[in-house]
Design a protein around this ligand. Sequence first.
Ligand code: NAD
Ligand code: UDP
Length: 336
Amino acid sequence: MSILITGGAGYIGSHTCVELLNLGYEVIVLDNLSNSKEESIRRVENITGKKIKFYKIDLLDRENLEKVFMENKIDAVIHFAGFKSVGESVKVPLRYYHNNITGTIILCDVMQKYCVKKLIFSSSATVYGNVEKVPISEDSPLSATNPYGRTKLFIEEILRDLYNSDKEWSIALLRYFNPIGAHESGLIGEDPSGVPNNLMPYITQVAVGKLHELKVFGNDYDTHDGTGVRDFIHVVDLAKGHVKALNKVMVSTGIDAYNLGTGKGYSVLDLVHTFEKVTGKKVPYTIVKRRPGDVAKCFADPTKANKELKWYAERDLEDMCLDAWRWQSNNPNGYE
Ligand code: NAD
Ligand code: UDP
């Protein structure tokens, strides 16, 4: 079976390629490398001993996208390609709407033309907006608090309209919580450009000496230690969730959303202390004021994915810290 992975050179995409290749799927990657390096593809090939067919193409380039569908018999698409920085999306909203929403519309239009109607879409827990009740189940109210989140929310709605117009489609909307960690080989991992916005890459860059200290955004939240609580999920567990979703979309039609999280909430300081314990590295930090837009607690109710996809997150916080550190310490400058 041949699977097209858009954004397959990126963080979650590369880990998903490993899982698919290990299971014998043929993998075609399309990526414009706007936020990744081709080296990640080579590393995936090293880990698995399998080849990837790689197209350096922009999703917005319909003509070249069609060529990918003409040259290959594609059975399903896993769609990771998109911009993902909340802060940047506030500054350049049109760029986000164009890349994420127009890119998805073009992809679906081409898929429909070539009769490929199995799609897995990277959504996000951000579609739950200002979380009021945890754990969050899929039927919780949806809203967006920034342009990035709105692209995810709008795309979910667009895909629902698409399914309503043509019941041959089979679509899984996977709402990721906080993916961290790296493949256990230490060969692939998260490689943010510039100073990381997210917590785990910031911690690993402090530990490796690239950054001076972590700034913890607020310790006056209504949580067990005052710092924000999140559902950190190992990227390999997340990648395996895509394989489970693929099993489902291949044998059914419909559109369904699934939370991919562990169901457990850990605080910023829980993560810092676990990281220090398992790696033996100190992570100096100072408490600063809250980051605007952050919620106190956000963690999943993953029951629907457990039951319907037969998917369970198996790796714990210590695994996430050890694997993130192996990647960062072996590759202090990422893929460069
Ligand atoms: P990433 O930036 O590492 O990967 C995305 C890839 O898409 C990159 O390789 C980039 O070069 C590519 N890309 C972007 N726009 C493109 C375009 N127009 N044409 C072709 N390629 C394009 O990000 P990631 O962390 O692997 O995230 C993958 C997906 O999951 C994204 O859609 C993101 O919004 C979503 N998501 C990520 C997180 C997270 O914390 N990492 C959480 C929730 C949802
Ligand atoms: N955070 C922090 N310092 C940082 C980055 C993040 O204290 O440098 C906190 C942030 O306030 C939130 C948690 O870590 O409570 C997770 O933030 P991240 O940006 O990784 O993911 P988010 O949940 O915002 O998508």
